[in-house]
Design a protein around this ligand. Structure first.
Ligand code: FAD
Length: 390
């Protein structure tokens, strides 16, 4: 079998790259995924949040580009700009929100602004705001449906000639004279000129086959699905505490239409600092106790919620040391990376797809400077700093 370009991984990132490559006229693009249906990696586990309230320029710009894409796309990504409200419980965090908000506005994020304790209390009735000194609200932040985004990219890429093959696992990338020549799969070899590694949390395993020590580490993230005693406000934003990363939103079943959603359904989670590096995706009852305490404190209206056990879930973040993705090529000709999204891969998938298509076809991305995201930054000590990693 042959293909000009092989994309390893048919999650939202690999699919977006296929979509953008074929949009630019690339022929013979083949997406491989070892799972038998698409979306079984992290994409199908995501909360569906999208935000441009970040610290680094590149994160802010990738988000602003992607939000605009979702809003204008001819496919319905179910972009719903309900906003994100970040909560500060000390002046250090409030200063951080003030400073980063200023930069976000300079880069084109209209309307992001600081909010007072009183305003937050009105935005989220019943929330405990006793220790909150203020916060920030981003009106273009909000929600998307990760499975719908994936579908839009797959359908678009397919309609322009890309092939998508589920059930094919790549075991190894073969290189001769510093050039990619083929991939070895569970179903034989595929000769190719270019390979894009977009295998999410599993990317480092594949990169090891060409001797590259890719700094992408898997880490479990768990989310609780519960049914609150009372319906939640229809316009509830994503609410996130900067202190502990505790966050909640109205829950959304991404396989069903908006009309069928239960107004009492809520998702809540936090970034457990004790979570080790592992490939475990088992939802753990102990997590309920930890996050339950945070929920009871911050959102007392959730007390007495019924836990919907069969909808609680755990998936993998794909973390890099600086919590930014790895985008672009390397010393091996024809080998490209699009991985390490550190929990932001769905929201950044449009910018990523376009960046990779431009890098592969033109040599660099011109719509946005993503050069800081190259693999070389780790060996050169050029790491980025993003505090708002949640
Ligand atoms: C609980 C949770 C909540 C999250 N919430 C958000 C959120 O609100 N917003 C957001 O933007 N992001 C969120 N994320 C992160 C987001 O889900 C990921 O960053 C994103 O899905 C990454 O997409 P991907 O295509 O790179 O990876 P994946 O979706 O994991 O796709 C990688 C694919 O590669 C395939 N694969 C792996 N190895 C091989 C191989 N050897 N051969 C062939 N195929 C292979 C896998 O089967 C998989 O389908 C969340 C993640 C989790 C776990």
């Amino acid at each position: 079998m042959k293909a000009e370009t092989v994309i390893i991984g048919g999650g939202v990132v690999g699919a977006s790259i296929a979509y953008h490559l074929t949009e630019r006229g690339a022929k013979d693009v083949l997406v491989l995924d070892r799972a038998h249906s698409l979306g079984e990696g992290s994409t199908g586990k995501a909360t569906g949040g999208v935000r441009a309230q970040f610290e680094t320029d590149v994160n802010i710009q990738m988000s602003l580009y992607s939000i605009d894409f979702f809003a204008k796309w001819d496919h319905d990504a179910e972009y719903d700009p309900k906003g994100y409200v970040f909560l500060a419980t000390n002046n250090l965090h409030l200063d951080y929100l003030n400073r980063t908000g200023e930069r976000q506005r300079e880069l084109g994020y209209e309307g992001v602004h600081l909010v007072t304790q009183d305003e937050i209390s009105k935005m989220v009735p019943g929330m405990n705001v006793d220790d909150i000194v203020g916060g920030s609200f981003g009106p273009q932040d909000g929600f998307i449906n990760p499975l719908s985004v994936l579908e839009g990219f797959v359908v678009g890429a397919h309609s322009r000639g890309a092939r998508v093959l589920p059930g094919i696992a790549v075991k190894k990338i073969d290189v001769e004279h510093d050039r990619v020549t083929r991939v070895e799969t569970n179903n034989g070899y595929i000769d190719c000129e270019r390979v894009v590694l977009a295998a999410g949390a599993w990317s480092a395993t594949v990169a090891a086959s060409v001797g590259i020590d890719l700094p992408v580490k898997p880490q479990r993230r768990q989310i609780v699905w519960a049914e609150a005693p009372e319906p939640l406000p229809a316009d509830l934003p994503m609410v996130i505490g900067l202190k502990d990363g505790f966050h909640f939103r109205r829950a959304r079943d991404f396989t069903h239409g908006a009309a069928e959603q239960d107004p009492r359904a809520v998702l809540f989670a936090y970034a457990d600092p004790e979570e080790p590096v592992s490939f475990s995706t088992k939802f753990d009852d102990e997590f309920l106790l930890k996050v339950g305490d945070l929920a009871g404190y911050r959102a007392p209206f959730l007390n007495g919620s019924r836990i919907v056990y069969d909808r609680c879930r755990a998936g993998l973040y794909e973390n890099t040391p600086d919590h930014h993705p790895i985008l672009g090529g390397c010393d091996i000709e024809g080998l490209y990376f699009a991985c390490g999204f550190s929990g932001h891969g769905v929201m950044h998938s449009p910018a990523t797809g376009r960046a990779l298509a431009e890098i592969m076809l033109d040599g660099e991305a011109s719509f946005l400077d993503v050069s800081r995201l190259n693999l070389g930054r780790f060996s050169q000590g050029m790491l980025l700093n993003e505090t708002s990693f949640i």
